[in-house]
Design a binder for this molecule. Structure first.
Ligand code: G6P
Length: 512
């Protein structure tokens, strides 16, 4: 989910700290940076720790390593902030932040035409293929002058930052996600084999068939871009396996000699490996205790009353399958009238990507379905469905403390951190309903109730089972889920990747 943290500081980050020459330099590259900047009335900048699972996940790393983070300046205030600092890297909370200013026209094509929706929709298998997408002249233009161009700008910014700050230290470069698939190759061309390049793909990697939507030239360029890495990280072993199969299927020069997880391509070996992401356990637990969370919790308790609570909390995102969870709830009320007046479905929604038509349509469909359920079932006192819009992490955590059932039924999801946050903070031995197509299913599936995201008939049955589950079973499942998440924090996720990259680096420098 997208979540915003409160302001963490007021203007003036520290000057750049002197480099520790013994430490490797870890370079993270992501489209959205860890911080954004907002100019206030006095002309000072408020720093906001950013949104999204990726940022939450990576914020922990600065405690252990020297980190340079390269990201795009997304807003006008971000651009002004960079310019005011002569475009040099700045120390924010121990991270050296290098924002670069992407070309605006190219960026729009990159973000709104290729990354979202084209790649996102392919990787979550959302396209209604008899109708969409049509790859037309605009798409080709957006590919060359948007996606390729912005990846090139990113690569150049990374290379410039590395050259300016590495002092011959070993360098690990970790590009994040589907926006930056071409970066490994573009960086490799300039920095050679001495640097370790290890991208991580946060979203699902589907098998070869899904990639047929992309014309061969785009697809091959994308795979070729990623295969300049040393290792490519994925959320699950299934994603890593699918990546290997995709490369083997489409690239005649890609082989996986005996191993299902290593690709041999153009005289190099590239490993595909799963690193399941998690949440920052201590941070989530401490936010759950904060006063702001308590205030939201009290407010929610008042509005829920004696009702049982079915919760979902998501970005407005077609892959999250919000519409079918409402349809399943409608079926529950139809088939099991005993729940009427006693159960509420609370849906917290963060509008996102409103520049992309499919997202606006989806939002309208959700609103319409929720209104119709209320119109059909409300008795004037009881409000079966409530939608709350807005990006408020404290409120989301408060609601997660209170659910009896947490609905996580995506059509496809790289991991789904809501499932992990939910089981960590919930205080009612709530039941997790989890899609078998969420990456989290591989860790939490045993103790969750499995839902098939397309099957609203069975989802309604499972909702009923969850609402009537004996207390002892609920408690046993909730405890097992909580302990699973507690033992695999995001710090471990990052450490494992860095350890692998460091081992790769040692191998490069001393192959004996
Ligand atoms: C979600 C996904 C990330 C992705 C991000 C992009 O949070 O889980 O994998 O990078 O969306 O969102 P944005 O708002 O930056 O386009």
């Amino acid at each position: 989910m997208k979540e915003k943290q409160p302001d963490i500081s007021n203007d003036t980050p520290d000057p750049v700290a002197p480099a520790d020459l013994r430490e490797p330099l870890i370079v993270i590259a992501s489209n959205r940076g860890p911080y954004s900047f907002k100019r206030n009335e006095d002309g000072q900048y408020n720093v906001q720790r950013g949104a999204g699972g990726l940022v939450t996940a990576l914020a922990a790393l600065a405690e252990r390593h020297q980190v340079l983070w390269v990201a795009a300046a997304l807003s006008e205030d971000d651009r002004a902030w960079v310019q005011q600092r002569d475009r040099s890297p700045q120390n924010v909370e121990g991270i050296l932040l290098q924002l670069f200013e992407p070309d605006k026209v190219a960026y729009d094509k990159f973000y709104n035409q290729i990354a979202n929706p084209l790649l996102w929709f392919i990787q979550h298998q959302l396209w209604d293929t008899p109708r969409y997408p049509s790859i037309d002249g605009d798409t080709w233009d957006a590919w060359h002058n948007g996606y390729v161009a912005i990846n090139r700008q990113f690569a150049d910014a990374i290379v410039a930052s590395v050259k300016a700050s590495s002092d011959k230290r070993p360098v690990l470069i970790l590009p994040q996600d589907y926006q930056l698939y071409l970066v490994p190759q573009l960086v490799r061309e300039q920095l050679g084999e001495q640097v370790q390049i290890q991208p991580f793909c946060h979203i699902p990697w589907p098998g070869p068939d899904a990639w047929r939507i992309l014309p061969a030239e785009m697809r091959d360029q994308l795979l070729h871009g990623l295969l300049a890495s040393d290792r490519v990280g994925f959320q699950t072993r299934k994603d890593a396996f699918n990546f290997v199969q995709t490369c083997r299927f489409y690239l005649p020069d890609a082989h996986s000699r005996g191993s299902r997880s290593t690709i041999h391509y153009q005289d190099r070996n590239i490993e595909a490996k799963a690193y399941p992401i998690s949440v920052d356990v201590e941070k989530v637990e401490s936010i759950a205790e904060e006063m702001e969370t308590r205030l939201f919790k009290n407010q929610l308790i008042n509005s829920i009353g004696d009702s049982r609570l079915i919760l979902r909390t998501d970005r407005v995102e077609p892959s999250k399958n919000i519409l079918r969870s409402l349809q399943a709830f409608r079926l529950l009320l139809e088939r099991y009238p005993e729940h009427r007046g006693k159960v509420k479905m609370l849906t917290l929604l963060v509008p996102s990507r409103m520049e992309v038509g499919e997202y606006i349509t989806y939002l309208k469909e959700i609103t319409a379905e929720a209104s119709l359920i209320d119109a059909d079932f409300s008795d004037g006192f009881w409000e079966p469905v409530r939608l709350i819009f807005g990006d408020n992490y404290h409120r989301a955590i408060a609601a997660m403390q209170l659910y009896d059932v947490l609905m996580v039924n995506p059509l496809a999801d790289g991991m789904n951190l809501v499932a992990k946050e939910g089981v960590l903070v919930n205080q009612r031995d709530g039941v997790l309903l989890l899609s078998e197509y969420a990456g989290a299913f591989y860790e939490l599936g045993d103790q969750a109730m499995t839902v098939s995201p397309f099957d609203i008939h069975s989802t309604a049955e499972i909702l009923h089972q969850a609402l009537t589950m004996p207390a002892e079973e609920k408690s046993r499942r909730a405890e097992a889920l909580r302990s699973q998440v507690r033992h695999a924090s995001v710090k471990l996720w990052f450490k494992t990747q860095v350890d692998d990259a460091l081992a790769g680096l040692r191998q490069t420098h001393d192959p004996s």
